[in-house]
Design a binder for this molecule. Structure first.
Ligand code: 523
Length: 138
């Protein structure tokens, strides 16, 4: 059995908005939007990978908050996990340094305005459900 490799995506929130990032590579994913992140390396914790990937790809300093329950299939052996996160005080604003060519901060009403990668859609839906529950104090 092939071992699965976790890719962690960030549901990065700031000021009541969720960050979406448009991929610039590889060609089959370019132009589609994702929760930014990357592969968890051997010996690394998912939340550590998230902080590292967001620093590398977006130049930000982030604090992981909590996992969004669920696991979504990517191309084998990869599976997608999502963690919520926020910018640490003093962090730079995110910039598309690597792998992305556009960023958008989306309000809840705008979340479906971007063309998410197919495999990110269920993960974004779960993130939204958690976000709505928090907004209602449950
Ligand atoms: N996805 C994906 N959605 C999503 C992420 C962060 C990643 O579908 N939100 C896919 C895209 C790639 C694989 O997961 O097929 C690995 O993501 P990638 O390329 O962002 O991971 P990195 O940055 O760790 O990859 P390397 O460039 O190889 O280091």
């Amino acid at each position: 059995m092939t071992e699965r490799i976790v890719v962690v995506g960030a549901a990065l929130f700031d000021g009541g908005r969720l960050l979406a990032a448009r991929r610039s590579a590889p060609p089959d994913l370019a132009g589609r939007w994702e929760l930014p992140g990357g592969k968890v390396e051997p010996g690394e914790r998912p939340e550590g990978a998230l902080v590292r990937e967001l620093r590398e790809e977006l130049g930000v300093d982030t604090e992981p908050l909590a996992p969004v329950p669920g696991e979504w299939a990517l191309r084998p052996p990869y599976v997608l996990h999502v963690w919520t996160a926020r910018l640490r005080p003093g962090s730079a604003a995110p910039a598309p340094l690597q792998d992305h060519d556009a960023l958008r901060w989306l309000t809840p009403a705008e979340v479906w305005d971007v063309d998410w990668l197919d495999q990110d859609v269920p993960a974004v839906r779960a993130t939204l459900a958690q976000w709505a529950a928090e907004a209602h104090g449950s």
